[in-house]
Design a protein. Structure first.
Length: 446
């Protein structure tokens, strides 16, 4: 029996598989512990199954598609982060780190074989819809996600700008599924934003690590450090799903002058490395508080771990996601790609991030403001003070002498006021920096 024109015959497939087996064995002699007969026998069984499907399955099947599915299944069985990508999927992955794409803006993984949201990227349709880290996606457009690969799920969720996708989600211990109908949009890959929380304490949010993250962060820090105003920094890595290892290393290096940033260990010694910080041309001696949560993963955990272990920053928030593995993108001859886990990350102290994640120095859970708290804040805004009284006397000392910003100082960003009112973790980080500044100026009685 033979395939229609454009298909491979069974004999051709068997010969190809035998050649692959021979090449594999010859190239890995000394690494392959099983006997050659075992490998050939398994390849023969694979070819036999392929032949039976070709001959007896109720509907005709393309050999190319069957072999591709077999490869996907093989790679998927390794771990949740390894995957085989078609040529189109490979190109999409490359585009994610360099340009933009159309979708809803979530990073997903498989946790206990369930499709799970690592984080919703800030400012994206998913974020605005209220999708959260830890949400379990049980259906995509009414298709059950059981046994669905990450690559297939991404393909289902992405689509043209303006189109809609329905995500059915289970959240926490709530037994009732939640449905989100999200309109797809172009997902911008702007990964850094910044502003002042006070006239002397800055805030930088890094939402992911892509090809321009370090460049954008340098520009943000230069802006905050202008005129020597910066006396403390809140580095927000919450819901940051990670990205490029090289960018995580460069970002860490911006705050370190010495010490190990990260090390990796793999089965192949070529994957083993230890990256050390280099002396910076620009001194950054101000204190830093890194804010993390369960949505901080991979590259974000590398930065938090590097700054924590080198005693360069205090880490505040909740335990991070725990993705401590390195994926290498291997291009294949036909334009497809293999995303393969090749090593594990280790923090400077030698701890593996895998599963355990980064434990914060100061644990602070995020608590959304209640209606009662909002009312209390509104009352405080309406409190009458001396300056509100008609005909009040003016202060006869300058703003500088009072330790306050002068009248012509840059007004605190509106975003800063909003985040400080609604985000207890950022408020706590700010208070720690302000307290450190006060205590550092106190004299100890001898």
């Amino acid at each position: 029996m033979r395939f229609e024109q454009g298909r491979m015959t069974f004999k051709t497939i068997l010969v190809v598989l035998m050649i692959i087996g021979a090449v594999f064995l010859n190239g890995h002699r000394g690494l392959v512990k099983a006997g050659t007969d075992d490998v050939y026998r398994n390849l023969e069984v694979f070819a036999e199954v392929l032949r039976q499907i070709e001959k007896n399955y109720v509907d005709p099947q393309e050999a190319k598609g069957l072999i591709s599915s077999a490869i996907k299944g093989m790679v998927q069985s390794l771990d949740p982060h390894s995957s085989f990508m078609s040529k189109e999927e490979h190109q999409e992955l490359l585009m994610e780190t360099k340009g933009s794409f159309s979708g809803v803006g979530i990073e997903i993984t498989l946790r206990d074989n369930v499709l799970t949201v690592v984080s919703a990227i800030e400012g994206t349709p998913a974020f605005e819809a209220g999708i959260e880290s830890g949400d379990k996606i049980v259906k995509i457009d009414d298709k059950i996600t059981t046994d669905m690969t990450i690559v297939d799920a991404v393909k289902q969720i992405r689509g043209e700008k303006g189109t809609k996708v329905k995500l059915t989600i289970m959240r926490g211990t709530n037994g009732k599924p939640l449905e989100f109908v999200v309109t797809r949009n172009v997902i911008p890959l702007r990964s850094v934003r910044h502003f002042f929380l006070t006239p002397s304490i800055g805030y930088v949010r890094v939402s992911n690590f892509q090809s321009k993250t370090t460049e954008d962060l340098v520009a943000a820090l230069d802006s905050l450090e202008k005129d020597g105003k910066l006396e403390g920094l809140v580095l927000d890595l919450r819901n940051n799903p990670g990205g490029l290892l090289s960018q995580a290393i460069e970002v860490s290096d911006l705050f370190l002058d010495s010490g190990v940033i990260v090390s990796t260990k793999g089965r192949d010694t070529s994957q083993d490395m230890e990256v050390a910080a280099r002396k910076n041309g620009k001194e950054r001696s101000y204190p830093v508080v890194v804010v993390v949560n369960g949505g901080s993963a991979s590259a974000a955990e590398i930065v938090a771990g590097a700054l924590q272990d080198n005693k360069r920053a205090l880490v505040l928030g909740t335990k991070t996601f725990g993705k401590g593995s390195v994926q290498t993108i291997l291009p294949l001859s036909d334009g497809s790609g293999l995303r393969l886990t090749t090593a594990r990350y280790y923090t400077p102290s030698g701890k593996s991030i895998q599963v355990s994640g980064i434990a914060p120095d100061v644990e602070v859970k995020f608590i959304p403001p209640t209606e009662e708290e909002e009312k209390d804040k509104e009352k405080l805004r309406k409190e009458i003070r001396e300056g509100d009284l008609k005909g009040h006397m003016e202060n006869d000392t300058s703003a500088a002498d009072q330790g306050k910003p002068a009248a012509d100082s840059k007004e605190i960003d509106k975003k800063a006021k909003e985040i400080l009112e609604k985000d207890n973790q950022v408020r706590q980080a700010l208070q720690l920096l302000q307290t450190w500044h006060i205590f550092s100026q106190m004299r100890v009685r001898e």
